[in-house]
Design a protein around this ligand. Structure first.
Ligand code: HEM
Length: 201
């Protein structure tokens, strides 16, 4: 965990904060919570995660796929958009998966190739691509909502803020646990944007 945190999580969070810090204010759902998960996954997959255009596209393609799944694969237009989004994601991820099959690095796709071969013997490109795609999708909206809800609790409850500011180990972990226990993130009830402004209002 510390390796992933130091190499893939903290640089992404710092990069997001650097983009608004000098402005002195931010809309933290859009500028932090929504940005972090997809860029962390981009970093894990060794994609150029600082690139705004690519990250915005990945965000939009996932949204198109989730819309189709959410409507239980009904609706011609939704299905067409989801298939197009799927093709686009394959075009970005497949070259990485192919490249890492023979040229392992320190990234998640290399790790997946190695572990899958240890566990299951020979595995095909489509298996690694499918798992990469599923992780990229699974990590996005759920984690963004969890981050947004944690920030909301932190900004809206002065006592929580004070405790977590003083204790960034136990109290911070408890805040994350409590946010997940409240189950906003998996229930889809993310906080409205106006409640997550920094500085707190
Ligand atoms: C706070 C963050 C997260 C929440 C609240 C969350 C919640 C969930 C929930 C409720 C499910 C459905 C489980 C089921 O119906 O059986 C799920 C599935 C899944 N999640 Fe997460 N998740 C989070 C973060 C992540 C992350 C960071 C990843 C990947 C790195 C991930 C990958 C997946 C995958 C791959 C599945 C599908 C599992 C399957 O096919 O059975 N999730 N998640």
């Amino acid at each position: 965990m510390p390796r992933y945190r130091d190499k893939h999580v903290i640089p992404v969070i710092n990069d997001a904060i650097d983009r608004f810090a000098s402005r002195g204010s931010a809309e933290l759902v859009r500028e932090l919570a929504d940005e972090v998960p997809s860029r962390v996954m981009g970093s894990l997959f060794d994609l150029p995660w600082r690139g705004d255009a690519l990250m915005a596209n990945i965000f939009r393609w996932h949204r198109d796929i989730v819309a189709c799944v959410g409507m239980k694969y009904t609706g011609e237009q939704l299905t067409r958009k989801a298939k197009a989004a799927s093709d686009e994601l394959n075009q970005v991820l497949l070259p990485r998966v192919l490249e890492r099959r023979g040229n392992r690095g320190d990234d998640f796709i290399s790790w997946f190739w190695s572990r899958a071969e240890e566990e299951y013997g020979e595995v095909g490109v489509e298996v690694v691509l499918a798992h990469t795609r599923e992780l990229a999708l699974g990590a996005g909206e759920t984690t963004a909502n969890a981050i947004a809800n944690t920030i909301y609790l932190l900004l809206s409850e002065p006592a929580v803020r004070e405790t977590v500011t003083k204790d960034q180990e136990g109290a911070l972990s408890a805040l994350v646990e409590e946010t997940l226990r409240l189950d906003h993130s998996s229930g889809g009830s993310e906080m409205p944007i106006e409640t997550c402004r920094w500085p707190a209002q």
